[in-house]
Design a protein around this ligand. Structure first.
Ligand SMILES: NC(=O)c1ccc[n+]([C@@H]2O[C@H](COP(=O)([O-])OP(=O)(O)OC[C@H]3O[C@@H](n4cnc5c(N)ncnc54)[C@H](O)[C@@H]3O)[C@@H](O)[C@H]2O)c1
Ligand SMILES: [Zn+2]
Length: 355
């Protein structure tokens, strides 16, 4: 059998590899070395994924126990982390053991934070199961939880010992979640890989696992390039927020009836329009971006949400340093730029054009 695709990531606290292979979940001991198979292993997942994949994964590993958290962003909390600590202890996890975070970004962030802090940190393997977590959240070392005061307000940098990506598990992902992952995937294309955008119209039932490997690999490579250049988000890593200033505001104003990826999709269109409006890019770009977003089946308009309310929600974004607007915009596809102090009238005009 061919070797799995293997990508290397250089990080300040230690390098790691990302393995990509359809069916990997069935054969980890044969494929992945150096993950402490002799020690206690905790497969930490949620109640949806435990019966689908968690039990099966644990059965292939010696000395593994399954620990679950409830399913949903509302459980990405310190209470859940406390419960995970208790479950880790009850399952006999000590400081030489390994935690495998099996799930989407919610599991990856919450379990990752628990693994970063339990006994001052145990080994962590990320096993992402959503498209979003494969191409985005499992790579780069950010882990954490939400507070009642806001999302992702508590966290740490915890580099995984490995990231194991089995694109075959995407077969059971709900279609709406697939599209949300596509929003981040095409975002990576706009930032750094125009060729990735040619894969954008692939649907979930694409022609086969090889195509999924291609799509996921190219999107991960963009994330790797960015986090290697700026591991702690002092500069270029902020460009990963393309479409997100608008997106977060749309999510909030919709009271989270819009999913993150759907809101980011409209945010990408908005960022392209704003780029043109302030003279940063040429006139073709907004149409190109909109066409690619539409081809994935994602929304390009926010409909009946109020543009002024979206603007007001943006103005309280934690990334607008000292009240000054800050956007990730595009000079062209593959050339993002961080722009501060954009004229509010231009921003409102763009929002009004997207109803
Ligand atoms: N750490 C980072 O750098 C980073 C980056 C981006 C996003 N995030 C975080 O990621 C989270 C969102 O992650 P997400 O979009 O993966 O959502 P999610 O983890 O909530 O997963 C979405 C849903 O799909 C289900 N699911 C997951 N895999 C499945 C599969 N293979 N088959 C069937 N169902 C499956 C989950 O149980 C869940 O109900 C947010 O909390 C966000 O803040 C973190
Ligand atoms: Zn995002």
């Amino acid at each position: 059998m061919a070797e799995p695709e293997r990508l290397h990531v250089t990080a300040p606290e230690g390098d790691y590899d990302i393995f990509i292979e359809p069916g990997l979940i069935e054969r980890i001991p044969a494929r992945v070395t150096g993950i402490g198979l002799g020690e206690r292993i905790i497969v930490a997942t949620n109640t949806t994924l435990a019966p689908l994949y968690g039990e099966r994964l644990a059965a292939t590993l010696p000395n593994a126990a399954v620990v679950t958290m409830p399913d949903g962003e509302q459980y990405k909390t310190l209470d859940t982390v406390a419960q995970l600590y208790a479950d880790f202890a009850a399952a006999g996890l000590d400081r030489v053991g390994t935690v495998i975070a099996l799930g989407g970004g919610v599991v990856g962030d919450t379990v990752g934070f628990a693994a970063a802090t339990y006994m001052r940190g145990v080994r962590l393997i990320q096993m992402p199961t959503t498209l979003l977590s494969m191409v985005d959240s499992s790579v780069g070392g950010k882990v954490g939880v939400d507070l009642p005061q806001g999302k992702n307000l508590v966290g740490a940098f915890k580099q995984p010992d490995a990231v194991l990506v089995d694109p075959a598990v995407l077969a059971t992902l709900p279609e709406r979640e697939w599209r949300c992952g596509m929003a981040e995937t095409i975002k990576h294309g706009f930032l750094n890989d125009p060729q990735l955008l040619e894969l954008a119209s692939y649907r979930q039932g694409f022609s086969g696992p090889d195509d999924a490997v291609q799509l996921v690999r190219r999107a991960i490579q963009v994330k790797i390039r960015v986090v290697e250049a700026d591991p702690y988000e002092h500069g270029v890593r902020a460009t990963l927020n393309l479409g997100h200033t608008f997106g977060h505001a749309i999510e909030r104003v919709s009271h989270y009836s819009w999913l993150h990826g759907e809101a980011v999709a409209v945010g990408l269109v908005a960022a392209a329009r704003l780029s043109y409006k302030i003279g940063l890019c040429d006139s073709d770009l907004p149409g190109q971006v909109e066409e690619i977003v539409r081809a994935t089946g994602l929304p390009t308009r926010f409909g009946d949400l109020d543009p002024q309310a979206i603007y007001d929600a943006m103005a309280t974004d934690k990334k607008w340093q000292s009240g000054k607007s800050r956007f990730i915009l595009l000079r062209s596809i593959g050339q993002p730029e961080i722009v501060s102090g954009v004229d509010p009238v231009a921003v409102l005009d763009v929002l009004t054009s997207l109803r």
